[in-house]
Structures are given as C-alpha cells and as structure tokens.
Design a protein around this ligand. Sequence first.
Ligand SMILES: Nc1ncnc2c1ncn2[C@@H]1O[C@H](COP(=O)(O)OP(=O)(O)OP(=O)(O)O)[C@@H](O)[C@H]1O
Ligand SMILES: [Mg+2]
Length: 333
Amino acid sequence: MFTRDEALERVERAGSPADLFGPFDPIRKKDAQRLFRALAAVLHPDRVGAGDTRAHAASAELTRLHHEWQHGTPVELRTARGAYRITDRHAVGSVANVYRTDGPHVVKVVRNPALNPLLHAEWDALRRLDRLTDEHRWLRPYYPRLVDESGDVSRGERAFTVLEPLVDGFVTLADVRRAFPMGLDGRDYAWMHRRLLRAIAGAHRIGLVHGAIVADNVLVHPEQHGIVLAGWTFAVTTGERLLATGKSIAYPPEVRDGRPVTPATDVHMAHTLMLDLLADNETRQRTFARWCTQDNPDRRPDAADLLTEYDELLEELHGERTFRPFALPRTGA
Ligand SMILES: Nc1ncnc2c1ncn2[C@@H]1O[C@H](COP(=O)(O)OP(=O)(O)OP(=O)(O)O)[C@@H](O)[C@H]1O
Ligand SMILES: [Mg+2]
C-alpha cells in the first residue's frame, strides 16, 4: 500500500509510461495493472477528498500513463464528431488538465468526474460568447474557441472540451507575475488591462459573469500584445450564484458569502488582479484599481464605462498611446 505522498511522488516524477511501469512487455501487464490499481486507489477523488487538486491531477495523469503503457498509443477521446489523441500535458488548471493532441487542438479534461457540470457550464458560456462575436467580430480574439466537446458522458467518466490551442507564444498572467516579482510598469500593464476590460465588458453585454478572473485564467501573448480570457467553468448568468468557487478565491464579499454574482463581481476580480500585478509605485493606477474593488458591488463602476475611464487616466499619465514592446526576461535554463 502507498501513502498519498508516495503515490504522488511516483506519478509526478514519471516522465513517461516506462518510468512508472517499466519497459513495455506483455508479460508484465499484470504487474503494471497491480501497480496502477494500488496507486489509483490511493489517489482516487473519493479517498483524497474534493479539495485535493494535486491528487486529482496525479490521478488523471496515472490513467493516461497506464493507457499509453498498455496500448503504446496516447489516450484517444471520442466525440460524435471526431477522435482526439492526447499526447503530453500542457497545463494543470483548477479543475481540469489541458493536454496537447497529435492534431491541431488541445483538450481540457476535468480531473474529477463529479465536476463534469462545471465543464457543461463552460460550453454554455463559450457558445454564448461565440454568438456574441458573430455580431461583434472585434471581440473574437479575447475568448477561447470551443471546437468540440464530450457531451454527456457515462457515470464516473470525465467530461472534456476540445479547444483551439493557445500555445505558441502564450504565457499566463501568473507566469508574467512570476517573471516580474517587483510588479509591472504601469505602461506594460496598460495594454493588458485595456484588453482584459474589453473581454469582460463584452461578456457583460450578454449577461455573462466570468466569476474567476485570476492570473491563471488570463493568457497573454507578450509579442503580439494579445489577451485571452480563459477558464470559463465558473461562468454564470448575472444574478446567479457561482456553481463552485476555487478555494483560493475568497473575494469579493458576495462570492465569499455565497451571494449572487453580477458584472460588478468581475470588475472587482479584474482590479484585484491589477493590484497584484502592478509595481508598488504605480500609485495612480493603484488608486483607480481600489476604486473598482470596493466591498459594495453597487459602488463599483461598470466595465463598459471603465474602458473610457481607464484610457483617460492613461492619457493623463503617459500622453498619447505608443506601442511598447514587452517580453518576459529569459530565464537561464
Ligand atoms: N486553449 C488553450 N490553449 C492552451 N492552453 C490553455 C488553453 N486554455 C487554457 N489553457 C491553459 O491551461 C490552464 C488550465 O485551463 P483552464 O483555466 O481553462 O482550466 P481550469 O483552471 O481547470 O478551469 P477554470 O479556470 O475554467 O475553472 C490555463 O491556466 C492555461 O494555462
Ligand atoms: Mg483556470
């Protein structure tokens, strides 16, 4: 029997199926099966609890590694429209893992089947955004694109979403924050925030509240000054309560208290993020952000109004807008 930590260590350390199960040999299938079962039992969501996202990630990874060891091919996920063969893991999110495939897409697979409804909520949000951008094409670059989805799956199976890849040249705002521990120059954060505000105001036009505007959910293309607001599993229609909240998000007060959320909730979250990313000496922008993070949702300005307000502040601070190249510092490999 393994402890949770031993099981995590084994799975997380494995760079390939052979690392975990040894070189493939049909004679060893039973041994591999035994090891798989032992590890799976320890890491099972029912055993570790709903909040243990690290164990959920390892559990999903274990299934993938075992499949690949047995079949010599990556896991294939099927939908009514096609089949997607998962290759390597690209990212670990709050409820799902994102995998690359051997085709042109990425697949987001929920780690705990009990959370399948969150993926359903995201499909709904992405479809609504898709319809919005049919009409307002300039908003298209700000949202992920849904390519295909698992639909309803059998009990105990994991729902998944096929998405257009945002891989080459993209990092997350969390990566940006790590790369600039002293915070960002306000002129760099300016283009990111302007675009983020557009993404948010767009969703609010159709009554959609994102509900989890945190650094991991904002994808940034430093070279092209691109911003994509990802991670829509918590999205709801304004006036509803969030289906779930990441344990890490204990703000704004309406979320903490389990009250209904509104566009003002996103405004708070986006500006909490801004306070987190900006350097300490960006006093004017920080004051602006604090105005948007007041406890009372009714006192926070609308995202649509903020588009102009923020541009006015930037003009006052820095004059006419100019393109300012931005790159993450190279880290010594
Ligand atoms: N289309 C995409 N292409 C490439 N990487 C992506 C894509 N969508 C998301 N990612 C990456 O995968 C991570 C996890 O994705 P995402 O945030 O959508 O899932 P989650 O955190 O599990 O769920 P959610 O944020 O919706 O609650 C993101 O932080 C991001 O780094
Ligand atoms: Mg996320």
